[in-house]
Structures are given as structure tokens and as C-alpha cells.
Design a protein around this ligand. Structure first.
Ligand code: ADP
Ligand code: MG
Length: 242
């Protein structure tokens, strides 16, 4: 049982809309999994189930030793173990970059001020923005703001990071700088799940690709499936994109 994240036969409906129809995949420590697929195929829902932002109807999910189906879940500990970053970075506009990062450390973790500030500087250095510690979000580009959001998540020292299309709102140049940060985290051994439309990036960084189609894992395997898709659906999805 070495999987850090394990989904087994996960089902999830919203009303009569069956969004996940028996999704299964495992992620080992230090692995990077890229979830790809058309809009509406259930990628975000699958990701949100891992952080228990959604509950599931059937199946099993285990994340960092937390069993998320049935019984009680220690949500506070789960949210410590799992970091999630979305397309919209949601920084507090009235707080400096440094304060955006230290806020949860101070008030949720209750760590001493000095420890929080040191950790904020450390994670800002990781994302290459140490010099922005005292800046306000509006003084930063979209890409820089997203890197701050990633830093804020890293400051909580998660065991697993989830990224949901974090570059979708960014132009290509800013996308590149955010992807570089994610790639660096991968090289550092961070366990990650990336929902992404960046196929070349997925192929380069991911150990495993999960192609979702109509709420199912339609095809999965190493990055080579992006070059040699086994199903017509994956072939159609990729098109001539690579
Ligand atoms: P993807 O991320 O692959 O685009 P999603 O997981 O966001 O797909 O959505 C899959 C389906 O689930 C869509 O039909 C969407 O409308 C529906 N859905 C997602 N979240 C909710 C929700 N909170 N309430 C109702 N329907 C939802
Ligand atoms: Mg989505």
C-alpha cells in the first residue's frame, strides 16, 4: 500500500448528471500524474474529490492515509496534507504578498511570526519571487500572482499538490513561467496531480497520464500514450497538437 492517493471505482453525480462513472487510479509518492480530457469530462470533479471539496456516491478514495469515503474525515489534517491551486488565484488584494502567505500559517497553524515570515521567504524563493515580498497583488502580473498562490500553498508543507488548469487564464509567456515552477517542484520530488491542457508539458513532466472521457478513465499510461494513443477518443482529443 504505497499509494499516496488512490481512487477506486469512484462514482459521483450532480442530480441526474453522472459525472464520475467508476474512476480508478493510484499515485505513488513523488509521482506526477496529468489528467487530461475534454471540458466536462469530470477532471475538476475528480480533483476536488481528492481534497474532499466534493463527497463521493460510491467507491473508495484514500489520500495520505485519510479514508475519504464513509466515516469521519479529519478535514483539517487532510487540508494540511493536500494543497490545491485553481485557475483563479484568489489572493487578498489588500494584503502584501508576504502577508497573503503568512496569513494561514499565523491564524490556522498558529506558528510564531518569525517562523511564518521565514517560511514565506523560503517559498517565495522557490517560485522566484522573493523580491515581491512587500508588493501588493495588483502590482504583479497574472503569472506572478499565480506563482504566489502556489507559494502560499507550498508554505503549508503539503504532501500532495493538486493543480487545476492553473495556466488557463494566462498568456503563453506567463504560462511558461508558471509551468517552470511546477516542473521544478516535480524535480524536487513533490507528489502532484495536474489537470492541464498543456500537452507538451504533460508529456515532459508527468510520469502517468490519465485521459478522462465522459466521466471515465478512458486511457491511462506513461507519457508515450500521447504519442501512441490506443483509443480513437484520445487520438481525436490530441489531434495534431503535439
Ligand atoms: P472538467 O473539469 O473536465 O471540465 P468538471 O468536473 O468541471 O469537468 O464537470 C463535469 C460535469 O459536472 C459538467 O457537466 C459540470 O456541469 C458538472 N458539475 C461540476 N460541478 C458541479 C456542481 N457543483 N454542481 C452541478 N454540476 C456540476
Ligand atoms: Mg475543470
Amino acid at each position: 500500500m504505497s499509494a499516496v492517493v488512490s481512487l477506486q471505482n469512484v462514482h459521483k453525480s450532480f442530480g441526474s448528471n453522472q459525472v464520475l462513472k467508476g474512476v480508478s487510479f493510484d499515485i505513488a509518492r513523488g509521482q506526477v500524474v496529468a489528467i487530461i480530457g475534454q471540458s466536462g469530462s469530470g477532471k475538476s470533479t475528480a480533483l476536488r474529490c481528492i481534497d474532499r471539496l466534493e463527497t463521493i456516491d460510491e467507491g473508495h478514495i484514500q489520500v495520505c492515509g485519510h479514508q475519504l469515503d464513509g466515516g469521519k474525515v479529519d478535514l483539517e489534517q487532510l487540508r494540511k496534507d493536500v494543497g490545491i491551486v485553481f485557475q483563479s488565484y484568489n489572493l487578498f488584494p489588500h494584503l502584501t504578498v508576504g502577508r497573503n502567505i503568512t496569513l494561514a500559517l499565523r491564524h490556522v497553524r498558529k506558528l510564531p511570526r518569525k517562523t511564518c515570515e521565514e517560511r514565506a521567504r523560503q517559498v517565495l524563493e522557490t517560485v522566484g519571487l522573493l523580491e515581491k515580498y512587500d508588493s501588493y497583488p495588483e502590482q504583479l502580473s497574472g503569472g506572478q500572482q499565480q506563482r504566489v498562490a502556489i507559494a502560499r500553498s507550498l508554505a503549508m508543507e503539503p504532501q500532495v499538490m493538486l493543480f487545476d488548469e492553473v495556466t488557463s487564464a494566462l498568456d503563453p509567456k506567463l504560462t511558461g513561467e508558471v509551468l517552470k515552477v511546477i516542473e521544478k517542484l516535480a524535480e524536487g520530488g513533490m507528489t502532484m496531480v495536474l489537470v492541464t491542457h498543456e500537452m507538451a508539458f504533460a508529456r515532459r513532466v508527468a510520469d502517468q497520464i490519465v485521459f478522462m472521457h465522459h466521466g471515465q478513465v478512458w486511457e491511462t499510461g506513461g507519457p508515450d500514450i500521447l504519442v501512441n494513443p490506443q483509443t480513437q477518443e484520445l487520438q481525436d482529443f490530441i489531434g495534431n497538437g503535439l
